[in-house]
Design a protein around this ligand. Structure first.
Ligand code: GLU
Length: 297
């Protein structure tokens, strides 16, 4: 990235439960990636999917971040306060003929034998030319022209997805009015001026969808760095849904040091005896994204 551009990174937790080790790793890595380049680190609460939000978990996450010694820049952005911007982008896409309303249910798709790809059912575009009312139906994006969306990830290297054949026309707003994460994240990142995105590798393929939407909306494409996923003893991804346990806030420095190890960063002996603020300062100093092993430690 051009040396004169201020780096703006972010941490964007979903408030569906307390901070777990995977989110701590994402917080630390995104913080180090920005701060090691004298950048800013913004915070966004991803509460777009309101039924998944657990009351009070945003406050808990913020409190946990403070316990771990993180300081964020500027105001916190809540996706639940962004709906008018998501709607504006959606309307622009509909107006330009890139998006359309769709009345198909999951069952309809099953009945017609729609194939399943890496991101679920592949929508074959049945409603593309029906001109249905977008205020009462779900809204999809037309992917007919996009056979390959690609980017170079700073840890995982070249990533490519044939969106038309492997994903199909994906939903941007559900029939119940909830905006899709893919639309929200693209609008928010542009609005917050984010130019370096650091997040878990569960979103590697989604990034191809985000780049596609950025192109349609005329938004800048940030740089991407995805982090290896933390697996449990059964080899499954650690996530809030899979019952990942909350981080132990009584030993913040110890957990930060574990997060650094997981990210392949060098640590000093007895570092976990220092305050969390000091561990973070050290982490920024030694930060070297080239040491991150895509397979995780
Ligand atoms: N909200 C997502 C999560 O908590 C992260 C999305 C992102 O960083 O773009 O897993």
């Amino acid at each position: 990235m051009n040396k004169d551009v201020t780096i703006v990174g972010r941490f964007a937790p979903t408030p569906s439960g307390p901070l777990h080790f995977g989110s701590l790793v994402a917080a630390l890595a995104s913080y180090c990636q920005s701060k090691s380049q004298q950048g800013q680190w913004l915070l966004r609460i991803e509460d777009v999917d309101t039924p998944r939000v657990v009351e009070g978990s945003d406050r808990q996450i913020l409190q946990d971040l403070e316990t771990f010694g993180f300081e964020w820049d500027g105001e916190i952005l809540y996706q639940s306060e962004q709906f008018e911007y998501y709607q504006d982008s959606l309307s622009a896409l509909i107006e330009r003929g890139h998006s359309y309303a769709c009345e198909c249910s999951r069952r309809t798709l099953r009945n017609i034998g729609a194939k399943t790809g890496p991101m679920g059912q592949i929508y074959p575009g049945i409603c593309r030319h029906k001109n249905l009312d977008p205020t009462i139906h779900s809204v999809r994006v037309n992917t007919d022209a996009i056979t390959a969306s690609a980017f170079i990830d700073q840890v995982f290297g070249p990533i490519e997805l044939n969106i038309r054949d492997q994903v199909g026309d994906f939903v941007l707003r559900r029939a119940d009015g909830i905006y899709a994460y893919h639309l929200a994240v693209v609008v928010d990142d542009a609005q917050q001026g984010i130019n370096q995105i650091v997040r878990g590798a569960d979103l590697l393929q989604s990034t191809c969808l985000h780049i596609f939407l950025q192109t349609l909306l005329g938004l800048p494409e940030p740089e991407y760095l995805h982090l290896p996923l933390i697996k449990n003893m059964r080899g499954e991804k650690l996530s809030k849904q899979a019952g990942a346990t909350a981080v132990d806030t009584t030993q913040p420095s110890k957990l930060l040091v574990s997060a650094m190890h997981f990210l392949g960063q060098s640590t000093e002996p007895d570092m976990d005896q220092a305050s969390p603020e000091e561990v973070i300062r050290q982490a920024v100093k030694v930060w070297n994204p080239a040491s991150i092993d895509p397979a995780g430690k």
